[in-house]
Design a protein around this ligand. Sequence first.
Ligand code: UTP
Length: 624
Amino acid sequence: MESTAEKLSTMSIAGDDGWASSAPTLRRNLQILSPDQIELARMLLLEGQTHLFAHWPEAGVDDQNKKSFFEQVSRLNASYPGGLVSYIKNARNLLADSKAGKNPYDGFTPSVPSGEILTFGDDKFIKLEEEGAKEARNAAFVLVAGGLGERLGYKGIKLALPSETTTGTCFLQHYIESILALQVASCKLSQGQCETMIPLVIMTSDDTHVPTLKLLESNSYFGMKATQVKLLKQEKVACLDDNDARLALDSNDKYRIQTKPHGHGDVHALLYSSGLLTQWQKEGRKWVLFFQDTNGLLFKAIPASLGVSSTKGYHVNSLAVPRKAKEAIGGITKLTHTDGRTMVINVEYNQLDPLLRATGHADGDVNCETGFSPYPGNINQLILQLEPYIEELKKTRGAIAEFVNPKYKDSTKTSFKSSTRLECMMQDYPKTLPPSARVGFTVMDTWLAYAPVKNNPEDAAKVPKGNPYHSATSGEMAIYRANSLILRKAGVQIADPVLDVFNGQEVVVWPRITWKPKWALTFSDVKKKVGNGCSISQRSTMAVNGQNVFLDGLSVDGTLVVSAIDEAEVKVTGSVQNKGWILKHIDYKDCSLPEETLTRGFTIDKVEQLEVNHTEPGKFEFRC
Ligand code: UTP
């Protein structure tokens, strides 16, 4: 029996004035297409995409390109829930709303949601950290790393960028070592037989997939088992040329539809379709932790936040930091609609203030008695409870509410400066949850939890005073600050920092202290590893790499590098005095230097150091 496609094809080739009549150039090419491709062609024409074929020459010319065009259409169709028909329909609706200036929060009243505000190092914090570290063996980690990083402009992937240059540890290595350290700590705390391997999923995209895989493979997965890490690649979506959602052709290749990333919201649909969530459920896992590619502090906040999720039974826990009113960071907000719907979600700062003003708060977003806005700042790291997450995804298949952000040529809003596309965000997941869902947040100090690397030096230098730079320079300095403050709280005498300017950014420079996650993950770990009478001067550098290194009565004025195998217990004591490692300013226009150095505005001149290195098992005391 003849298939529909064959019938359509013969009808049209025979000159029938059917579905293909609006695209004569396509009609004259139908014989080179497969039945599936003809179906796709039909769909495109019915969806008003005739322009895609306007330049097609007669059959026999560019046939391979024409087939490749349909291969791409087929991929775009398969990777979007509901296919291209749904994509185009959703785009038309969202573009019409955007043109009409429709407010997505119409009918909603904002209020402050409930959540936990933690103080680093107090008893409650320590208990929560212990609870979280115990729970970690029931967790799976998901790293969203498909972003282009256009603002940073780094030529490599962001995950390969050093989080700090004292040790040169890149973000991916730091993340993996943190998860492995949690794995060990969690098994120890659970006291029973425990052989769990905490899974890590990395969402990549065409822009990041190959280099991410290479980075893992060329470093033996930084100590993880290869089977423990799974890469899921997100597909891009078609770009749109106008309000009618006409798909944009690539200006360099008229047989390709231009595509752009759909946003990190894709992670939910990808996880759902991968089958991993149900596999984790079968393994008895309870939590899925989502995080981003360049936050060198995040794992300092993970144990306590997971402790909050576990003790409060949160289905969704958004990690947050204190936020000054009107500060340029989204606020976690409860929204209640006149029709009874409620949701706790991130509301962008430029929408929160007008929304508050429009709903009876004459002053909009203002600081409360704490000196901060009652709407905490979203840092886009989420902890979801697995079971309700799966239940929700069974309903939505992971589809996340999308938005469109066209840059219009003028106020008539009829044409765009450049093509646009639909996008979706990971943190919009709670939008579809029922009111019974337990959605909360955990606020921690910014110095402890959040220092992303998003901006290139030029743009960072232009950030208005008082706002975070979010550059490679500030990201690295934030790690030294956090480690210094944690040691100070543990009783180590840490000298005050100094101010300095790198790449036009004024930053606070603390001693360059780093440690591997296996040395200490929680504040209790740190306290166990440092004894009395330790001190570190501002010009000092200290790098600790070893699970059982103890610092006792140690004073450092210079550079100390300690390494020891796990089976070696080493007590380091005495006084370190040497020329140390010096931060040297560099000119970011000096092309002879590597990009990783240029982007932070300094290099470390390793003049002199004391190295303590134990490679044999046993118990040792090293007097400096
Ligand atoms: P960012 O906001 O940092 O965006 O993404 P970006 O695309 O990486 O950088 P710009 O905007 O081009 O400068 C936050 C997190 O979401 C991931 C990023 O890799 C980062 O970890 N992301 C972003 C995805 O995984 N997919 C996307 O489509 C977009």
